[in-house]
Design a protein around this ligand. Structure first.
Ligand SMILES: Cc1ncc(COP(=O)(O)O)c(C=O)c1O
Length: 469
């Protein structure tokens, strides 16, 4: 019998959690069910997800930044259908296909002039792995510097550049010759550079974990120090790139000139994994230095035609729908609306981020009664307060968000870049109501506890599914 996707989805509907528990990662299943985030999503369109009960959810995670154009963008879908119908000669390998050339041309054209070439791969972490290797080959030095709180992926090389102990722990020994620099600490950076063995400093122009920012002057001083020491400056734009922060690249905001750029997430159009490492001809020549070494860094799926089509179609939508300009304008709206909220709610301390990458920072209030409430919540687990908001935001208001990182009272918003004032209204009004509740009703915390308990007990439409133990 030919494969029938609709039939398969219908026949096995409701087995999601049981299958994950049995064959995938049972601890993740437990997290999702405990928080009460277990739903049976059936469709995604634009900024919204729809479940099997017909409920609509505002998606302010966008697949960790993948759905820049929203879900199921018709232009990208159509481009992929065209590619499939054309029976493209995919991954011939001993060949130079047209589409990788065209996507490389697009990316190089949108990058600063020192960026001349692209290496394609399948993920953000793979792009970072390429950056590490190219930086070492071109400088003939070993050491890579990274920032505290940095996140560049979880493969072995990228993990050695991770600034959070919880990710590193248990996997050692990690790649040697990497050193953490406190965020924006110019003196610490210069001290490391003086040793003369630094190949590169890799940075996220706005950090994903916690949405931490530096000002332009600090960024330029850091970059200048790196260049003076003969090292390379790598901007990891896997999350911030392609319009997320209201510029095509976030580093443009700070006037930086990176030697290497990594991109991924949004380039996929939300359909086909793709990553790219971009740099100069000189850096490429240090790796691909002879015909013998023409494949010395490579991966089987590097020129996957579907990924290339997804990338090309995505960039065409960026131009046609003026996605970057829209993200920039919406960034101003987010800031104005959330900063106004901060004037009325003591728990809301700060709004960080740019464009459609926003960190909403919570902290202890000044009013004694509210301060006691804060301490009570935080005594259960550090940075619990933001979790007590993320859960009802989802349960009550059907808005999907996340806590920005472990041990940080920051809610991070990564909406699709097409999100507009209607979506901002939904979030701001929901947060306003929730914060008012936390200020006025002592019972809100009990409500949160009940929600969590219900999350553990609530189960599936499928009688086959088990309650996780
Ligand atoms: C800045 C940055 N670099 C690298 C990565 C890793 O990308 P991937 O998850 O595709 O491996 C991420 C993922 O969130 C990221 O935010």
């Amino acid at each position: 019998m030919p494969f029938d996707l609709s039939k398969l989805l219908e026949e096995r509907h409701g087995e999601n959690f049981e299958l994950h528990e049995r064959y995938l990662n049972p601890k993740l299943t437990k997290v999702i069910t405990t928080l009460g985030f277990d739903r049976f999503y059936q469709r995604g369109e634009g900024c919204y997800l729809y479940d099997d009960q017909g409920m609509r959810y505002l998606d302010l995670l966008s697949g960790f930044g993948v759905f820049a154009l929203g879900r199921s963008h018709p232009v990208v879908k159509d481009a992929l259908r065209q590619a499939l119908d054309a029976d493209l000669p995919n991954m011939v390998q001993m060949d130079c296909a047209l589409l990788p050339g065209l996507l490389a041309e697009q990316l190089v054209t949108r990058s600063p002039q020192q960026i001349e070439r692209a290496f394609f791969c399948n993920s953000g972490a793979e792009a970072v792995e390429a950056a590490i290797k190219f930086a070492r080959a071109s400088t003939k030095r070993h050491r890579i510097l990274y920032h505290a709180h940095a996140y560049h992926g979880l493969t072995m090389g990228a993990l050695a550049l991770n600034g959070s102990a919880e990710f590193r722990s248990g996997f050692g020994p990690l790649m040697p010759d990497t050193t953490e620099v406190p965020l924006g600490d110019l003196d610490a950076l210069k001290k490391e550079l003086r040793r003369g063995d630094v190949a590169a400093f890799i940075v996220e122009p706005i950090q994903g974990k916690g949405v931490f920012e530096l000002d332009a002057e600090r960024w330029r001083a850091l970059e200048a120090a790196v260049h003076e020491a003969g090292a390379l400056f790598i901007c990891d734009e896997v999350q911030t790139g392609l319009g997320r922060t209201g510029r095509f690249y976030a580093f443009e905001r700070y006037g930086l000139s990176p030697d290497i750029i990594t991109v991924s997430k949004a380039l996929s159009g939300g359909f086909v994994p793709v990553g790219a490492m971009l740099s100069s001809d000189k850096i490429f020549r240090s790796v691909y230095s002879s015909m013998d070494r023409a494949m010395v860094h490579s991966t089987t799926f590097k020129g996957n035609q579907l990924a290339m089509v997804a990338g090309l179609a995505t960039l065409s939508v960026f131009d046609d729908e003026r996605i970057v300009e829209h993200a920039s304008a919406m960034g101003d709206v987010w800031r104005t609306r959330l900063e106004e909220l901060a004037t009325r709610h003591e728990f809301l301390h700060e709004v960080r981020g740019q464009g459609q990458m926003i960190g909403v920072v919570f902290g202890p209030p000044t009013t004694p009664a509210l301060r006691r409430r804060w301490r009570m919540v935080e005594a259960t687990r550090s940075a619990m307060f933001s979790q007590t908001l993320v859960v009802p935001l989802f349960q009550r208001y059907k808005i999907l968000t996340q806590v920005a990182a472990d041990n940080m009272n920051v809610i991070k918003l990564l909406p699709p870049l097409i999100a507009a004032e209607a979506e901002i209204d939904l979030f701001v009004n929901a947060l306003d109501e929730l914060l008012t509740d936390t200020e006025q009703k002592v019972g809100w915390l009990v409500g949160f506890g009940l929600t969590m308990a219900k999350g553990v007990l609530r189960r599936t439409p499928s009688s086959k599914a088990r309650v996780p133990s």
